[in-house]
Design a protein around this ligand. Structure first.
Ligand code: DC
Length: 229
């Protein structure tokens, strides 16, 4: 058995804009566990690559090693800092989002990120982690695995509402197309593709409110004996 089997971990995977990070944060707060947003590290790698004009995996990993990246506790989560300065909100820019699937497909970058993720969970003694491959690759023995999904239209609407660009059907259709393209790349890559673990519980949030989806995962986590108290 792997080291992770002894750690209380909730793995939340799913397609782009399915609400994983905000849901995982709230679940972690309610359970008194650490939240780790694995996508933030792939976004940090991509942001660094864009800023420094790098496209070779080895060069990106070397830049990550030299950048002085730290994960600093912030509320229930971890904030990614580079040289002591937060990388938010720069890592959420459209320019980063457009290239993140390409950088996340690089095995050397994935190995670097996986090391940070496993170290963070080991230091905290467990946690709630969201991503694409947490239940399949990073913590295949997580005590609870959830695959969070919603229709492309619902995901596109939520994403646009977050940035105050909701409403216009043509914009929703264009955003749904961008999300589908990112999912296609994330699901089609050779290493650690976006995939539902066979033992994951599926939660389709299309018709659910935020509080309902959080409550469902918290209930599953408690059933699985996961909580800080
Ligand atoms: O969750 P997000 O949209 O912030 O993730 C950004 C990208 O990072 C996503 O398109 C794919 C990649 N990613 C990944 O490959 N594996 C993870 N565990 C998390 C994110």
């Amino acid at each position: 058995m792997s080291r992770s089997s002894t750690l209380p971990v909730v793995a939340i995977d799913g397609p782009a804009a399915s609400g994983k990070s905000s849901t995982a944060r709230s679940v972690a707060e309610q359970l008194g566990l650490l939240h780790v947003d694995s996508g933030a590290l792939y976004r940090t790698a991509t942001w660094l690559a864009v800023r420094q004009g790098l496209s070779e995996p080895a060069a990106i990993v070397a830049a990550l090693d030299q950048a002085g990246i730290t994960l600093v506790p912030q509320g229930a989560g971890l904030e990614v800092r580079l040289g002591g300065v937060t990388v938010e909100p720069a890592i959420r820019d459209d320019a980063v989002t457009a290239r993140v699937s390409e950088v996340a497909a690089m095995p050397a970058v994935r190995a670097w990120v996986d090391r940070q993720l496993r170290d963070a969970i080991a230091r905290a003694g467990g946690g709630v982690m969201d991503g694409r491959d947490i239940g399949t690759v990073v913590f295949p023995d997580a005590r609870l695995k959830v695959f969070l999904t919603a229709t492309p239209g619902a995901r596109a609407e939520r994403r646009l509402r977050q940035v105050d660009r909701g409403g216009d059907p043509a914009e929703v259709a264009a955003e749904a197309e961008r999300l589908a393209e990112r999912d296609r790349l994330d699901a089609g890559r050779a290493v650690a593709p976006l995939r539902q673990a066979p033992d994951a519980r599926v939660l389709d949030t299309t018709g659910l409110g935020f509080a309902e989806q959080v409550a469902q995962i918290v209930a599953w986590a408690r059933e699985a004996g996961l909580s800080a108290d």
